[in-house]
Design a protein around this ligand. Structure first.
Ligand SMILES: Cc1ncc(COP(=O)(O)O)c(C=O)c1O
Length: 398
């Protein structure tokens, strides 16, 4: 009898592609042998401020296990206002909504602005889970190439004209982009703001890595160039600067948008988990974030350099890697005698050799960029980075 039952899925489930990145967590967890983890974009366990977080969690506050306000716990919102002002993107309480990580901010953004068939500009390559979320609301995605200065905004008018419809939203990771590590130049940010105004399109400004600059000069954020601009939807998270398991982030948006965002969030999880919000608030109130980031930056710079050096030592001129000024990622492309390496095909061999990464096609909508891959340098110690790149070279040459 069961064989005749069909499950009445909604049409939108055709567009639920899931996350290659997140499924790699499950795949890695099931491996029994030692694997150097260059796949997930997560801070190394040695770089999570465990003692401070555990102590902060243990600081009981009234109502910690109640439902909280959908807007988020007031003491955390207060800390976010301070952080935003310090980063040059001062905001106000009626613009801030605490979310369950950056992902919920992205989900709310695409939910509010994208109807099926609407054009959404994305970077190529881009953060897999970002475009997957746009697709889940039926977006017709329009990829725009990325170079050393971020999205090639100069190409955008031509691509939009060829598409024949103006975009509703432009999704960008402007700082130390995931997966390429590049940062958008100021001139391009200004031009993108101008184009967004022309088209009446939202800029979904997803910036988890901006505070993690270890070299080079600061590029002003969209909300710094155009304070409180109604077309800029800021998506922020504590995942990369404190710890991803806290699942705590926020959005910074026009107050009218925030009202709708609160309604959208109430339909998802009512409020972000209250104990995690108090833990983050306590951590911030005690002033740990500044010293924590000060400790992280030279270590990330060192890890990035070590990874680039190891790539050069083991692959010579046959790989090209980006050289980011911050964040977590190197984008690596095989060239010359290795130009026909297919990183998706290579993956099982790499895993067998004890190293994990994310293949390039995971960051594209058309399965291209097959000779590229993303390596996260933030998770592993210097010794493990050398070991992991050696294993990668062994997998490639085997
Ligand atoms: C560009 C970008 N946006 C959003 C997220 C999601 O952040 P969270 O883990 O806080 O949901 C990530 C995490 O990898 C990311 O790299």
């Amino acid at each position: 009898m069961n064989a005749q039952i069909t499950i009445p899925f909604a049409l939108r489930t055709d567009q639920l592609i899931g996350s290659v990145i997140d499924s790699s967590t499950a795949l890695l967890a099931s491996q029994k042998h030692d694997i150097v983890r260059f796949a997930m974009g997560a801070p190394g366990e040695d770089l999570i401020p465990l003692a401070e977080l555990d102590a902060a969690y243990g600081t009981a506050k009234r109502g910690r296990y109640d439902y909280g306000e959908s807007e988020g716990e007031p003491r955390l919102r207060e800390q976010i206002l301070k952080l935003s002002a310090e980063s040059g993107q001062a905001t106000t309480d009626e613009r801030v909504l605490i979310t369950s990580g950056g992902m919920q901010g992205l989900d709310i953004a695409f939910k509010l602005f994208v109807d099926p068939g609407d054009v959404v500009v994305i970077e190529a390559p881009t953060y897999t889970n970002g475009y997957a979320t746009a697709l889940s609301y039926g977006a017709d995605v329009l990829p725009v190439p990325v170079d050393d200065e971020g999205m090639v905004v100069e190409q955008l008018p031509g691509l939009v004209a060829a598409k024949g419809r103006a975009p509703k939203a432009i999704y960008t990771v402007p700082n130390f982009q995931n997966p390429s590590g590049v940062t958008m130049s100021r001139a391009r940010r200004e031009e993108l703001l101008r184009l967004a105004e022309t088209w009446g399109a939202m800029i979904i400004d997803d910036d988890p890595y901006g505070a993690l600059r270890f070299s080079g000069a600061h590029e002003p954020g969209f909300l710094e160039l155009a304070p409180q601009h109604p077309l800029v939807f800021g998506v922020r998270t504590f995942s990369k600067i404190i710890a991803p398991g806290l699942r705590t982030g926020w959005i910074d948006v026009d107050p009218n948008i925030r009202d709708l965002a609160i309604a959208a969030k109430q339909a998802m999880d009512t409020c972000t988990q209250v104990p995690a919000q108090h833990t983050v608030a306590q951590f911030l109130e005690e002033g740990h974030l500044g010293s924590h980031i000060t400790r992280l930056l030279p270590m990330y710079a060192e890890r990035k350099d070590a990874m680039r050096r190891a790539l050069h030592a083991h692959f010579g001129e046959s790989v090209q890697a980006t050289d980011p000024d911050g964040g977590f990622f190197l984008w690596v492309t095989f060239e010359g005698e290795l130009a026909d390496v297919d990183t998706e095909e290579l993956f099982p061999r790499a895993l067998a050799n004890g190293v994990a990464y994310i293949p390039g096609p995971a960051f594209t909508t058309d399965g291209s960029m097959r000779s590229s891959l993303r390596l996260c340098f933030a998770t592993s110690t210097l010794e493990r980075i050398e070991e992991g790149v050696q294993r990668l070279a062994r997998a490639v040459r085997s």
